[in-house]
Ligand binder design. Structure first.
Ligand code: ACM
Length: 271
């Protein structure tokens, strides 16, 4: 299975331009699954609810429709980060549509899954509702996939839950600002769960007037044996694909007498 990511610098608050940029680049490469960064369609920083709402879309909506067409045309599944405007039934009582920091999976068969970020980071808590759906996995070409977003990597329980549900690959769109953390944690999550991990981070600097963020790149794909199969620089745009055997993530035995799930001492984990 050919899996990859596109590390790039999204245009600030410009969904149309970001979609066009992504589609023109990812269409140049043959892959089964490509992961894009968190909030890849909008950029990350916001100054007001109005700015957030202006970059939000329902799902299905205009951008997911375009990704659906792209997935069919390229015979590639995509996972991209965006602001999801919830339907009116889950709108907040203050009259604003609830917005989630979401990741969308779309495959060439037209199937779609949405993951709403569970662990919000810093100013995201001002503008986004936190996801409250239980973590879930899904099948892609006979391989079980799970999704997390950026700061979720700091909570080993999230990755462990996906792995216990059967995830062989965790897809992880990110807008990381703390250099070095996620490269270490996601490698550890790969090893401790014996899974593959696609970390798709962004690059560039954003300034929304009140706050400046520099994103730290360093996207990478890690394997159950602890190897880093591909890694990217902190500053450069990179589209990378690697061929993996996802069945390697089915074996949880790391010695004759050790199985990373069966050896867990849940009887001692009291807190
Ligand atoms: C982050 O969760 N975007 C740091």
């Amino acid at each position: 299975m050919k899996i990859g990511y596109f590390q790039f610098n999204p245009f600030y608050h410009n969904i149309t331009k970001n979609y066009e940029y992504i589609s023109s680049h990812v269409s140049r490469i043959s892959a089964d699954l490509i992961v894009l960064p968190e909030l890849a369609l909008s950029g990350y920083l916001f100054n007001s609810d109005q700015e957030v709402q202006a970059c939000a879309e329902t799902i299905p909506g205009p951008s997911s429709d375009k990704f659906m067409t792209l997935a069919k045309k390229n015979q590639t599944a995509y996972i991209y980060g965006c602001i999801e405007k919830a339907d009116p039934y889950t709108a907040s009582t203050d009259g604003k549509a609830a917005c989630y920091n979401s990741s969308v999976y779309i495959n060439p068969q037209g199937e779609m899954k949405i993951y709403r970020k569970a662990h919000l980071f810093n100013r995201e808590k001002i503008y986004f509702k936190q996801g409250n759906d239980p973590f879930f996995v899904f099948d892609f070409q006979g391989t079980t996939i799970g999704m997390l977003i950026c700061f979720d990597h700091m909570f080993p329980e999230a990755a462990r839950t996906l792995a216990l549900l059967g995830a062989q690959i965790i897809c992880h769109p990110a807008n990381l600002v703390l250099a070095g953390y996620a490269q270490a944690t996601t490698l550890a999550r790969s090893i401790e769960n014996q899974i593959f991990w696609i970390l798709a981070n962004r690059i560039g600097t954003e300034d929304c007037g009140s706050v400046t963020c520099t994103y730290t790149g360093g996207s990478q794909i890690t394997a159950p044996d602890g190897s880093v199969l591909i890694s990217s620089s902190r500053e450069l745009e990179e589209l990378q694909v690697v061929d993996i055997d996802p069945s390697l993530a089915l074996n949880k035995s790391i010695s004759k007498r050790n199985h990373v799930f069966e050896d867990r001492r849940t009887d001692l984990y009291q807190v």
